[in-house]
Ligand binder design. Sequence first.
Ligand code: SF4
Length: 351
Amino acid sequence: MSAKRRITDLSLAEFCEFAAAQHQRPFRGQQLFDWVMGRGVCSVSGMSNVAKPLREALEAHFDCSPPRVQWSGDAASGTEKAFVQLSDAAGDGVEAVLIMEGERTTACLSSQAGCPVACVFCASGVLGLRRNLTRGEIVDQFLAVRERAQSHGRRVSNIVVMGMGEPMLNYSAVIEALDIIHDPKGGGIGARHITISTVGLEKGVARLTAEGKQYTLAFSLHAPNDELRRELVPFAAAMSIDAMVQAAAAYLDGTGREVTFEYVLLDEVNASSDDAHELARRLRGVRGTVNLIPYNENPGFNWKRPSPEQVDHFAEILRAAGVKVSVRKRKGHRILAACGQLRLQELHRTH
Ligand code: SF4
């Protein structure tokens, strides 16, 4: 990692403290925050209304280079992927995804470089964990996606932390980055439009519940029973489905927010009528929504996507049992963006 902190790592309060330490008036801190978070300008040469001594001090203390980003995908398909380079390893980086669908423009962000969770259907699981991202590296992804969205005449409306990594294993950096992205004077994204997705780590979920923030909590469920879930998401064995259901109720009590249960549908694995009935029994009466994600077939993996009829039938069984359901139609989320694929390709190209 670069020896210097990224300039995107700083909150408004920290910019104000920095300005004060440089014997500047507090509004200078706000000005700096506005350049970085309001206008997406990291390079001090672009900060035209900032006095030279303050710009020089900024450059001396922080890494003020713009995020290095390569884009792939096609805006016409509604999904574009950014490969955001990390400073500490040539050719290595993380993915962020821009998803444009109707009125909604979503930025999907990574929380770690690689992932230790090892879901059997995910390329990031194959790579394992390299390290946690810093706050600034998470904010960099947001800035890159926001700029790309602006080039298409769109404004980012939603954030999902569903890219590479398990956010609860990098709790402080993720929450502090989201707080900067949410800050009305920063990224300005409403808390209820920000979703944190976890395989279910009790400590992190309890901490988020206790903090009472309005972020949306999503559990990656992917199976109607613990036995199958342990096979698909080996790392998640620690939190049973019953514990997850209890945590969902506690989150609702503590924050007033209903949780989402993500369920990737894999043909001949977890997408049968029996699976749907079992899931319906587990979730009957639980306040929350099941988000069904038909698997996006991926080179190197043998998993199959169920037919649209199977997906509809699965959803109908849940609805008939009174469970709220949504079906993800488009590419772009965690698995559908083939998370980790870009990083895998880049590593192969450069090593
Ligand atoms: S799906 Fe998410 S949690 Fe599972 S291995 Fe991939 S990045 Fe990690």
